[in-house]
Design a binder for this molecule. Structure first.
Ligand SMILES: O=C(O)CCC(=O)C(=O)O
Length: 414
């Protein structure tokens, strides 16, 4: 193993992440930027993402089996590296609140953080085909740490995080048993790799302060994939995305893709096991957006309004307006809750931060209006496409969750 590979492995084992500069050429970046734009119908600066996107479109398959990357990942995870089939395309997307991609439902600890018999060795990679002035923020060691104070992180915006913005951030981190957050500032063609349980976020970096600050990405294009050792945890991650995360709409992979990953030695054993489709274990164990209720927080970010809005778009793109309506309604409820919190803060008249809060409130109000319009549109679609029982229930649920004027539309259902 080369010294460089040793460093990647050591960094991953101790801190939970590593990054590789210049793993893609300029030509590859051009090619994949155009492919993301094309697949996500990006004409300007739209914020979109598409789970399963790289699997569904063969032009991304060379990235899944990229030789140099696979060699690096094998050196880090082990020779039994497999592709989980989790993959997604992001355009101008910026998940700027701290979150884990896999979290345990019943406590703050990261899933399987202490399983030594079957170690959790699952790594997610991100190709920056266009970084668009964005950075990737990570909390080193958070993948292995029970994080008793995780409420300080989950759902906390990197822009407001005292770890970045206040003197003494180092001490805060030390008290939590992690290292202070780090910012990786990618260049075109770079790759970030991180343990699926690591606290992380995407964020814009203020060129003057060099700290995260709010801004909408202008050109960012990223492509994500997840790999893992050929063991039970990796299988669970695979099943989780393929069979359990209904909101992400993963489909069974094309036989040609299965043949390719098999040929490259990346096909997970037990990959097609129908037994694994039973969702109860997943439901009981993992924290996921559609099954989350407010008591399950502090993982608030996972169920953020923006997330539901994106998921709704995803459903819409694939011709599921009813599920889209349900997601939008959930997004609306979350916005309402957030707005109540903002009102409370405004009432408390928090001095200089009041202006910022007011600005936020304005933004949320606009968002709410937009959501109302969207939901009405989805409601109309529902009526247009006709109803089956599942669709009726879905829409009923959307209406139950949502206070918009959709009740009138329900009349047609009885
Ligand atoms: O917005 C980003 O760059 C990070 C995306 C991310 O954290 C995720 O997809 O889990």
């Amino acid at each position: 193993m080369s010294t460089e590979m040793n460093t990647f492995k050591e960094q991953f084992d101790t801190k939970g992440y590593f990054y590789v500069r210049g793993v893609l050429s300029e030509e590859e970046c051009d090619l994949y930027t155009a492919a993301v734009d094309n697949r996500l119908a990006i004409h300007d600066k739209e914020d979109r993402f598409l789970p399963d996107g790289p699997n569904l479109n063969a032009e991304f398959w060379p990235l899944i089996v990229h030789e140099q990357v696979i060699e690096i990942l094998r050196s880090v995870v082990g020779p039994d590296l497999k592709y989980t089939l989790q993959g997604d395309l992001h355009a101008n997307h910026n998940a700027h609140q701290w979150h884990r991609d896999l979290a345990y439902k019943h406590s703050d600890m990261p899933i399987a953080y202490d399983d030594v018999e079957t170690p959790f060795r699952v790594v997610k990679i991100c190709f920056y085909v266009d970084p668009g002035e964005m950075a990737f923020a990570m909390v080193p060691k958070s993948a292995h740490n029970e994080m008793k104070n995780s409420k300080r992180y989950f759902g906390i915006d990197t822009y407001e995080d005292p770890y970045f913005s206040e003197a003494g951030g180092d001490d805060l981190a030390k008290a939590d048993g992690v290292d202070p957050p780090v910012l990786f500032c990618p260049r075109r063609g770079d790759m970030a790799a991180f343990d699926l349980r690591l606290l992380h976020a995407g964020c814009f970096i203020d060129p003057d302060t060099k700290l995260p600050c709010p801004a909408q990405p202008q050109s960012k294009k990223t492509i994500f994939f997840t790999y893992g050792a050929d063991n039970e945890w990796t299988r669970k991650v695979h099943y989780f995305y393929r069979f359990f995360r209904k909101d992400l709409l993963y489909s069974s992979p094309a036989p040609e893709l299965v043949a390719l990953i098999k040929q490259k030695g990346l096909l997970l054993s037990g990959f097609d096991d129908p037994q694994a489709q039973d969702p109860s274990w997943f439901d009981d164990t993992f924290l996921v957006p559609p099954y989350m209720d407010s008591n399950d927080t502090p993982y608030g970010v996972i169920g953020s309004a923006g997330w539901y809005e994106k998921v709704a778009e995803n459903f819409e793109q694939r011709g599921h307006p009813l599920s889209a309506a349900s997601c939008l309604s959930r997004a609306h409820t979350i916005v309402e809750e957030e707005m109540k919190g903002i009102d409370t803060k405004l009432n408390e008249n928090e001095g200089s931060s009041a202006a910022a809060l007011r600005e936020l409130k304005k933004k949320k109000t606009q968002f709410k209006k937009q959501m109302s319009t969207d939901l009405t549109k989805h409601g109309d679609n529902c009526v247009k496409i006709g109803w089956d029982d599942e669709a009726r229930n879905d829409f009923r649920e959307a209406v139950r969750l949502n206070p918009f004027n959709l009740k009138a539309r329900l009349k047609g259902l009885h």
